[in-house]
Design a protein around this ligand. Structure first.
Ligand code: FAD
Length: 410
């Protein structure tokens, strides 16, 4: 997304661009596979927050045919009981009102309302760049704000732990404030034909021949780029738009003016099933699991919101497990099946396992104290962009891609 964004802005300004991608299709971490039966499997559950400023700036939402989930969640509590929250971040008092407080106390609810007011005072850019809030992690921040352990464990941990792929909530609090605001003001959506429609829209705007797939770069030397095939290409400027780990391998050591990107990655495993009926009854709500020790951290029915994800009459089920689980695929599947049967009933035995995606490099870790932005200009003719240079989000990939294009255009 960072590279395609950069190329889009340069092309718009009349510059000639060539995007080299090691993979067999565009999108990097934003990919969708289509099964022979016609299910669309995103490589990991991923959403577009529709008010991301950078995404709004460049993407044609109408052409993406975005389909939104409902704002809210059904939460399985540690007792095994379920509770439903509608619009918890937009109308916190109403959302939590009906409950005899299985989620949090009245002061917790007032604190959520205060948080909504607080983030509403700032732009998204101001929130993410607030130095004061990137000095502590999300858990420390929530505790300092006075939230009870109960609401942290039953709401913040399952919900934001799913966004960060980090249930310990060690992710920096400036990113929490940014994402919290995005959920307050916008929708969580996916394109009807899969998340890969997003990078494909950007690639389609570039001239034919300007995206070369299956073209891994092995070295960069000044303005010369060497491919694994030993072909050497020369350009006026080179932009590294890989992930952080690949960038570390490609960056010539003498140009390392930027701090070394963190090589710690957040992991996730996405297990897909086909179900004959939607256990969500079409409510388009996320299922969160607050049960300690569970492996099914959240469950989503993407085809309830976006029917294009499943063939007619079928439901796609996406079960997500964050972090390292240390199990074989078969053991994980068996454990998930047992949890899903307890959660959604015996009909889950009929669910057909489609595929499991183990994503070891999902999000770059974004711990407290990390600078909000790395230097994007590494040398006169060498630049970097991508989420690893800022924070773990599509918005960051696109923001840094645009900023590099602007530097090249002055
Ligand atoms: C499971 C999952 C869930 C996510 N959920 C969300 C979400 O809900 N919301 C959100 O905003 N973000 C989410 N993200 C994060 C988001 O997808 C990323 O932040 C964003 O896609 C990063 O884009 P990028 O361009 O920086 O890097 P990448 O997508 O990693 O792209 C790097 C590109 O570099 C190419 N490359 C690597 N090495 C070489 C080489 N040597 N030569 C040539 N090409 C090379 C790769 O093929 C790839 O195309 C999620 C990510 C995952 C994996």
């Amino acid at each position: 997304m960072a590279g395609l964004t950069c190329a889009n802005y340069l092309h718009r300004a009349g510059k000639s661009v060539l995007v080299l991608d090691a993979a067999d299709a565009v999108g990097g971490r934003v990919r969708t596979d289509i099964t022979p039966e016609g299910f669309r499997l995103d490589r990991g559950f991923q959403i577009l927050l529709t008010r991301y400023p950078e995404v709004q700036r460049l993407m044609d939402y109408g052409a993406l045919d975005l389909r939104a989930f409902e704002s809210g969640a059904v939460i399985q509590l540690p007792t095994g009981r379920e509770t439903t929250l509608i619009n918890p971040l937009r109308q916190p008092l109403a959302a939590f009102e009906a409950l005899t407080s299985p989620i949090g106390s009245l002061p917790d609810k007032l604190r959520i309302a205060n948080l909504v007011r607080h983030v509403s005072k700032y732009t998204a850019g101001q929130l993410i760049s607030r130095n004061s809030s990137n000095q502590e992690d999300t858990l420390t921040y929530l505790r300092r704000k006075g939230f009870s352990e109960r609401i942290i464990d039953t709401f913040f941990r399952p919900f934001f732990g799913g966004v960060y792929l980090d249930r310990q909530l060690r992710t920096a609090a400036n990113f929490f404030e940014f994402v919290f605001q995005q959920f307050v003001v916008g929708d969580a959506a996916v394109p009807n034909l899969g998340i890969q429609a997003i990078p494909e829209q950007l690639a389609a705007r570039l001239p034919t021949g300007s995206v070369r797939l299956n073209s891994p770069v092995s070295a960069i030397d000044g303005t010369r780029v060497r491919l694994w095939t030993d072909e050497v290409l020369e350009a006026a400027a080179v932009v590294i738009a890989t992930d952080g780990t690949a960038a570390q391998q490609l960056l010539p050591t003498q140009t390392l003016s930027a701090p070394t990107p963190t090589s710690e990655w957040r992991k996730t495993t996405c297990t897909y099933f086909a179900a004959p009926h939607s256990p969500g009854h079409g409510d388009k709500l996320l299922r969160l699991n607050a049960m300690p020790g569970a492996l099914a951290h959240n469950v989503v029915f993407p085809s309830d919101a976006a029917p294009g994800y499943a063939p007619a009459g079928q439901t796609l089920v996406s079960v997500n497990t964050h972090g390292a689980h240390g199990l074989t695929e078969e053991d994980l599947l068996n454990r998930l099946r047992a949890e899903l049967a307890a959660w959604f009933g015996p009909a889950t035995a009929q669910w057909q396992h489609l595929r499991t995606y183990e994503i070891t490099h999902a999000l770059p870790a974004y711990p407290a104290g990390q600078p909000y932005r790395q230097s994007l200009r590494l040398a006169d003719t060498l630049y970097q962009c991508g989420d690893y240079t800022a924070y773990p989000s599509l918005n960051a990939a696109m923001a840094t891609g645009r900023e590099v294009a602007e530097m090249l255009l002055v």
